[in-house]
Design a protein around this ligand. Structure first.
Ligand code: WQD
Length: 339
């Protein structure tokens, strides 16, 4: 079986990607330092796929650990790189934590890949690189705006590093710019595990629905949108995971049209905060307590993907609706609270 390294493989999107790699006949090897995940996720993966992937608990900020890993696993054919800190607000408070973790680790992994005859590299990027794009839906050639946070900047810098390295090395890469990943595996064996008070909308909603949070604060209803609340493109995490497998297969089969390709991963449909609340109430049968408060610093009005390139070139399309995504998130929330 072809071995694929998944860094951050016990994280939210990483763990779902490990499952889909297995389903596609790959063997995933996980690296995770458990800084933003739990070893229990490995058991959840086991309960879904019936085997425990190789797991190496190491920190990619330690260059020698990265070198030792690749010296040990010489038959890795590709890397899907999720490992990174991703909280926008925290990145403003602690930028060096983000530059060290999100940039140094990327550099050390790429240094090892340049030693290989050929290497396939998938990078976890984000629609945050577009800032507030002028035109909706957002295409991959929309201009990259000055980052609104150190987190967003590390994604932009990461993409630039990959482009520079691919030009002069054996690395072929695909940059995947996620919109808003939500939901959980239908088995409810793995899902999102926010630490502390969730920063993101959907986990805060499900925790409010289960009674963990008193009420949701809606960050502003004075945006220039139909109902005044901000619009995002909420994509099911399993659809997102499948896109990573398709992208890896594209590189391994040498179907890429350039050394570095970029794809927006979204549903192509924008949903406002109030629409997400309504959809959650429908799938959960719960009335969600919320209050309208002021806008959150750094938030944009609207972002949803133009999915033409992902559909026609990558050959991937999101399947789940917002309601299906929210239903899976709710099922997961109920499951973890019960345990
Ligand atoms: C969605 C909408 C909020 C919480 C960020 C990163 C992105 C990715 C996903 C990492 C916004 C509103 C939220 C709440 C609210 N992160 N909201 N009340 O900000 O679009 O994207 O997370 O990969 O890179 O930028 O996601 O879920 O925080 O917010 O009203 O309690 O929900 O204002 O309009 P966001 P989000």
């Amino acid at each position: 079986m072809k071995k694929v390294l998944v860094t951050g493989g016990l994280g939210f999107i990483g763990s779902h990607t490990v499952v889909e790699l297995h389903n596609a006949g790959f063997e995933a090897i996980i690296i995770d330092n458990l800084s933003n995940s739990s070893i229990d996720v490995l058991d959840g993966i086991y309960r879904i796929i019936g085997k425990k992937p190789i797991f190496e608990n190491l920190d990619l900020r330690d260059k020698s650990s990265v070198q030792n890993f690749f010296a040990k696993y010489t038959d890795v054919v590709g890397v899907i790189h999720f490992a990174a800190s991703k909280a926008v607000g925290e990145s403003v408070e602690n930028p060096l934590l983000y530059y060290e973790n999100n940039i140094n680790a990327l550099v050390y992994v790429l240094q090892e890949l340049t030693k290989m005859a050929e290497a396939s590299f998938i990078f976890s990027s984000s629609c945050t690189v577009y800032g507030q794009a002028e035109q909706m839906p957002i295409t991959e050639d929309a201009s990259v705006q000055p980052a609104m946070s150190p987190y967003g900047n590390t994604k932009q810098i990461g993409e630039e590093i990959i482009n520079d390295v691919a030009k002069v090395s054996s690395i072929n890469a695909i940059l995947l710019r996620y919109f808003n990943p939500v939901g959980a595996h239908p088995s409810a064996e793995i899902g999102e595990l926010p630490i502390g008070v969730p920063q993101n909308l959907v986990p805060f909603i499900t925790q409010t629905g289960i009674g963990l949070r008193e009420q949701l604060s809606v960050y502003g209803d004075d945006y220039p949108t139909p109902d005044g609340t901000a619009i995002r493109d909420y994509i099911h995490v399993v659809d997102l995971a499948k896109a990573h497998v398709v992208a890896m297969q594209r590189l391994l089969n040498k179907q890429n049209l350039a050394k570095v390709e970029t794809f927006n991963l979204g549903t192509g449909k924008g949903s406002s905060v109030l629409e997400v609340i309504t959809a959650f109430e429908k799938v959960s049968g719960k009335k969600l307590p919320y209050k309208i408060v002021g806008r959150r610093e750094g938030d944009i009005t609207s972002a949803y993907a133009n999915t033409d390139k992902a559909n026609k070139v990558l050959g991937w399309k999101a399947q789940s609706s917002l309601e299906e995504s929210l239903a899976s998130a709710w099922k997961w929330e109920q499951k973890i609270r019960k345990n």
